[in-house]
Structure formats: C-alpha cells, structure tokens
Write a protein that binds this ligand. Structure first.
Ligand SMILES: [Zn+2]
Length: 133
C-alpha cells in the first residue's frame, strides 16, 4: 500500500518503521521534523493514537487522545519547512491535511496548520500549532 503521508513511497518503505515499536520502545526515528510530521499524519490516517501521544511534547501532550473514526485523513501536503533538519533541534512545518467523512465521502475539508517541533535526542516531537486556518 502507498504510504498515507503521500510521499510516493510504499507504507513499508516510509512511515511504517517509525510507527512500529517493540515493547513500547521506538525502533526507528524520523530524521527530520518534516518526516515526523508525515509519520504523525500517517498515524492519524491509521488511527494510531499511541504513536501520536508518544511523539507529542510532554508539556503540551493531552492526557488522552480520542480519534474520530468518521474522520478519514487521506492526503497531506507539506507547504513549507523552516529548520527541522538532521542537525537542528527545532523546526517548523506548514502543511495542509485533507480529510473526509467515512459515512459520506463527499464531505471533505482540510486543515492548514503551521506547527512547531523540537528534537530530544533522536526523537522529534510535536510541540504546538503556531497557526491554524
Ligand atoms: Zn509516509
């Protein structure tokens, strides 16, 4: 299957290795803030709340996360990035995430957001939305 993050790669070659963990421990880490953002979109698309919480900064992480099963995230566009590279510890990613209703696939909308990320050790973490439209 194609990776939900629309990288053009297969899921196996793309985000799957980041979503996998063994005994709750991550085995591979997205190297950039953009890669982390893509893997989080994939987690939204696949309903993997545990990965979303695990990649959320502890200071802004919600206690629990309930995903709406009717909300199908089906396409991601990366609009821009600032820093967030392999040698950075902070980064910003702007993206547009498209979703539709599972019950009525004609009902579609998109979320445009600019998010901040920090890297702690090998793990990039989502911090907060700086701007939502
Ligand atoms: Zn991917």
């Amino acid at each position: 299957m194609r990776c939900p993050c629309h990288s053009g790669e297969t899921y196996e070659a793309c985000c799957s290795r980041y979503l996998q963990s063994i005994d709750g421990k991550r085995t591979a880490f997205p190297p950039t803030a953009e890669a982390l953002m893509r893997s989080r979109f994939t987690a939204f698309a696949l309903g993997d709340a545990a990965y979303l919480l695990a990649t959320w900064h502890p200071e802004t992480r919600p206690g629990a996360l309930e995903l709406d099963p009717d909300q199908q995230w089906f396409m991601l566009e990366i609009l821009g990035t600032k820093d967030g590279g392999v040698f950075d510890t902070e980064g910003i990613v702007s993206f547009r995430a498209h979703y539709r209703s599972a019950a009525n696939r004609k009902l579609r909308d998109a979320l445009t957001e600019t998010s901040s990320f920090v890297r702690q050790g090998r793990q990039w973490l989502y911090v907060a939305a700086l701007e939502i439209s």
